[in-house]
Design a protein around this ligand. Structure first.
Ligand SMILES: [Zn+2]
Length: 285
């Protein structure tokens, strides 16, 4: 199993200058304020991530920015992610963050491509001020992403269950509207798609989700560990990506949990790295 690299497909890091500006950002960006208002919420740099990966046995991480409202803030974040990916090419791949409904989205998408992004993400409807059920607002940016053949990773939430900071409106019904509007995009739905895998048992939903994959970000806050086995059985092995949401969850702990599940060697290799390598076009696969 060690021949397939372990890829954590969902990790958040911040540029040191944004960590230094935490107080200003809390006031300026309401979604950031909601998530990072608690002093214990951690903002980590690439160096801290590499230390975590070394300790946990993660070969590569796909890092994403914060879903800033302004594309100017997104650009600052993207520049940092491109820089650290260039510094650690074997360890870090990155997704560019853009706000699809704010000024400058298209040019920032183009800049991310030029800087070597493996896709876009983690786009967040609530944080960035739109609904996935209102395509007119974001369709221009999403069509551009489709034309550039980039995958997009988006935040999703469950329509029920316990409340937590970051739970939002991107529920399966909302997200399915967006997928149907731009079905050619390769979508990665974070946090298990808010439960959408179950609805893939409906033939029309399964068809609409042909290019959809799911990541396991924040899984131990949301689901029983059996979710890995169950979702593989619902949607197929090739659609499930291991992602921790570090530093929200420890990489090592989640990796250990997944390894203790009853998955075959081939399933383990696909979930822990093979699928992310294929979806994001990274690593040696
Ligand atoms: Zn995340």
């Amino acid at each position: 199993m060690k021949n397939t690299p372990v890829i954590d497909a969902h990790v958040h890091i911040f540029p040191p200058e944004m960590i230094a500006q935490r107080e200003e950002l809390l006031r300026a960006d309401s979604w950031f304020g909601e998530a990072f208002g608690h002093p214990k919420a951690r903002m980590r740099t690439a160096e801290e991530l590499i230390a975590s990966m070394d300790k946990a046995g993660v070969d590569m991480s796909v890092v994403v920015g914060w879903p800033w409202q302004s594309n100017t803030d997104c650009a600052v974040h993207n520049t940092y992610l491109a820089d650290v990916a260039a510094r650690y090419p074997e360890r870090i791949a990155w997704l560019g963050i853009i706000n699809p409904v704010a000024d400058g989205a298209i040019s920032e998408i183009d800049r991310c491509i030029a800087l070597g992004a493996s896709g876009l993400g983690e786009i967040n409807a609530d944080g960035q001020g739109f609904l996935w059920s209102e395509p007119t607002k974001w369709i221009g940016a999403l069509r551009h992403i489709a034309a550039c053949q980039l995958p997009i990773m988006i935040h999703t939430s469950e329509p029920l269950g316990h409340l937590y900071p970051g739970k939002g409106t991107a529920t399966p019904a909302e997200v399915l509207t967006a997928i149907a509007a731009v079905p050619e995009i390769h979508w990665v739905l974070a946090h298990w798609g808010g439960g959408l895998p179950f609805y893939e048992l409906m033939p029309e939903v399964r068809q609409a989700c042909e290019h959809v994959a799911y990541d396991s970000a924040a899984t131990s806050y949301l689901y029983d560990p059996e979710v890995f086995r169950r979702v593989i059985d619902l949607v197929g092995l090739e659609k499930v990506l291991f992602g921790s949401d570090w530093p929200v969850l420890g990489q090592g702990k989640l990796l250990e949990r997944v390894r203790s599940l009853e998955l075959t060697e081939a399933e383990m290799a696909a979930v822990l790295g093979g699928n992310a390598a294929r979806v994001y076009g990274i690593g040696s696969t």
